[in-house]
Design a binder for this molecule. Sequence first.
Ligand SMILES: [Zn+2]
Length: 318
Amino acid sequence: MGVMLGGGNIFGRVRYERIKDQVRNTTVEDVCTEEGIRSKEQIIALLGVAITEVEYGKLRDCIKYIRNKYKPEWNLPGLGKSVIDLLSTVKKGSKKFRSVMSGRGSKVYKKFKFEDIRPINTLWAQMGITMDERLLGCGMLLWNVREIDTEMRQFIFKWNQGMVHGNTVISHFGDVDRKCTFCKLKQVNELKIALGREPTNVEIEGMQVPDENRPHIFWECPIVYQCVQEVYHNLWGGNGQVDKKSFLMGKDMGILEATMLHMLSNMCIKYRIWKYKLAGVLPKVNCIKNDVSRWMDELTWYHKWRIMLPLVRRQIYV
Ligand SMILES: [Zn+2]
């Protein structure tokens, strides 16, 4: 308000020089109410400076302009969509999460735990990893990172909500074998070489292939495990192994953003492997290495993420 009052806007320069210490800290809130500008007398009492009719008129116009340009908060509720409106399009299974997000019932919010949301609970129970509410909370922030593409954000959102499934679940919804996509491909290839011909359906059915549940397709599958370790090494250097919990759930890096960056890199690895699984092709480790590195380069082009790199690197195999 100080700038507006002076600078020849409302008070002349000479006059403003004289009274600026009195009026500089006046705020818009001081001079108006919800109904509009206060009366001239009230303004005089507030500023401690007698103002002319012309000055009052100028002040009134300024306030009108400001209120039009920057809507005061009491004008806002009718205009935009509330969080509840925004979330209402999210369907099935998300009711509990939605009510928490929209803050319906502050008691619920205070007692809120991720373990109360069944698909999330199921995911971690299946993975055999004890839920870590802090890491989970951090993971929930990932889908909203603006610097990454929508496709990836969708995958991250689904993963965190426990909505990414392997063939054991997918097979309920169509003509899909519940066996691991990768293990099956590998075994069929081996059988083909051993037989010197295409194996028959009966021969393929007779193979011992593990089920493609989530722990298998994201960690236990030997093809996936090998790929994860190689890509992780390529990205972070060092010669340690990434452990199951760090890779799947995350690892506390001391600073929220550093923890998030590490999670994002792991999500990227998971997503690339996942795409090979959907395509029904064995993962090409070198391609994934390049993809993940390029993706991280793009993300860390942003200063806020780049400065987290050394922090993550230092913590990674600790
Ligand atoms: Zn497998």
